[in-house]
Design a protein around this ligand. Structure first.
Ligand code: GLC
Length: 364
């Protein structure tokens, strides 16, 4: 059949093409106004750093962290812990880790698992490494040789983090170190999620220097965010730049815009590289006299911004300093927990007494 000289089948084809063009045009138009696609999802979501300065490693009887805290953390709404492990000082002359140290690590992994928490084993000797790259690299490889084999049969809820905050002497050798350590880990743990961050203490600004093997898709990229340090580290006795600074506030529209822009930058990189992201540390020092409500607002803003971008996050830290949990009172620090897990089942009315902190160890 013909319609005004055009064959009906041709007419149908023309209409179909027109329809495709219109629908295509519409979807391009609607895409243009849309949010960018989400990042690859991280395998973990909301976490706490634990055991950074706890004597529990070599002296369990003196430990501040009690076994029931794993369940306390889980029921408050967290799904993982990041374990700051400073094992290098417990290595012998041939770089074998003291068996007692490894037994404590077994205890941490087993108890975290039993409580339903994922666990990141984070090698945390970053200060030693920063001023001793040659020895650090030898010990780091030895650490991962022993730890990889030991935990190779653990489920995927156990993650490895090569080294916390590589900086200074580690900066120029960081990409080579990543490649060498990954080789060691992958020999026994081909699919284990490995956490890796950029040089210069895991700062967003150095992301473009980070070289990761493109064919390894079991990498979770981490960054740390304490910006601005003038707020988060004011009064911190170990930090020469900020120890005498006090009275800094955070929360102006400009502060929030900086936070959003920084996290946008992280997300843009991750989208381009198709990598999931973990904000591995953030928080504000608790011995500074900064009103707790302000620290709470800061922590809340960062956690929400991370979630908005699809980043997992991990607060620094459960106990020690910046505390989320007061082991003296055996209670959460209300404003910090409420900021981290708003409306959680363990939400706290208010803080009752000043928290007692421990003196920080040399690993920090
Ligand atoms: C660092 C470290 C941690 C330290 C914290 C606060 O970047 O990883 O050990 O205590 O941030 O300064």
């Amino acid at each position: 059949m013909k319609f005004r000289g055009v064959r009906c089948s041709d007419l149908m084809m023309m209409l179909r093409l027109l329809a495709v063009a219109v629908v295509g045009g519409l979807s391009v138009a609607s895409c243009a106004g849309q949010e960018p696609p989400p990042l690859p999802p991280p395998p973990i979501h909301r976490g706490l750093n634990i055991l950074g300065s706890d004597p529990i490693w070599m002296n369990p009887a003196a430990g501040r962290f009690r076994p029931e805290y794993f369940a306390t953390i889980k029921s408050a709404g967290f799904d993982f812990v990041r374990v700051a492990a400073g094992a290098m000082r417990y290595m012998d002359a041939s770089d074998q880790i003291d068996p007692r140290y490894l037994q404590r690590m077994d205890w941490v992994v087993a108890n975290a698992r039993a409580a339903g928490l994922s666990v990141i084993i984070d090698e945390h000797d970053f200060q030693f490494c920063a001023s001793n790259a040659v020895l650090c690299r030898r010990k780091l490889l030895a650490f991962w040789r022993q730890v990889s084999v030991r935990y190779r049969r653990e489920p995927s809820t156990v993650l490895f983090e090569i080294l916390n905050e590589p900086k200074w002497q580690m900066d120029p050798v960081w990409n080579d170190t990543i490649a060498d350590v990954l080789k060691v880990i992958r020999a026994t743990n081909p699919d284990r999620t490995v956490v890796i961050g950029p040089r210069m203490a895991n700062k967003i600004q150095t992301l473009d220097d980070l070289r990761l093997p493109d064919d390894d898709r079991h990498i979770l990229v981490t960054f740390h965010y304490y910006e601005p340090h003038s707020f988060s580290h004011q009064g911190a006795p170990w930090d020469p730049q900020w120890k005498s600074v006090h009275g800094q506030t955070w929360g102006s529209p400009g502060d929030r815009a900086t936070l959003a822009a920084d996290f946008d930058r992280m997300a843009a990189w991750a989208r381009r590289e198709r990598r999931p992201v973990l904000l591995g540390e953030f928080g504000a020092y608790d011995g500074s006299g900064t009103p707790i409500a302000q620290r709470g607002n800061y922590v809340d803003a960062i956690a929400r911004e991370a979630e908005k971008h699809g980043f997992a996050w991990c607060y620094w830290q459960f106990d020690g300093d910046f505390i989320a949990y007061d082991v003296q009172r055996n209670a959460w620090v209300g404003p910090i927990l409420n900021a981290l897990i708003p409306g959680g089942t363990s939400a706290q009315p208010a803080e009752k007494a000043p928290a007692k902190r421990v003196v920080r160890g040399s690993s920090q």
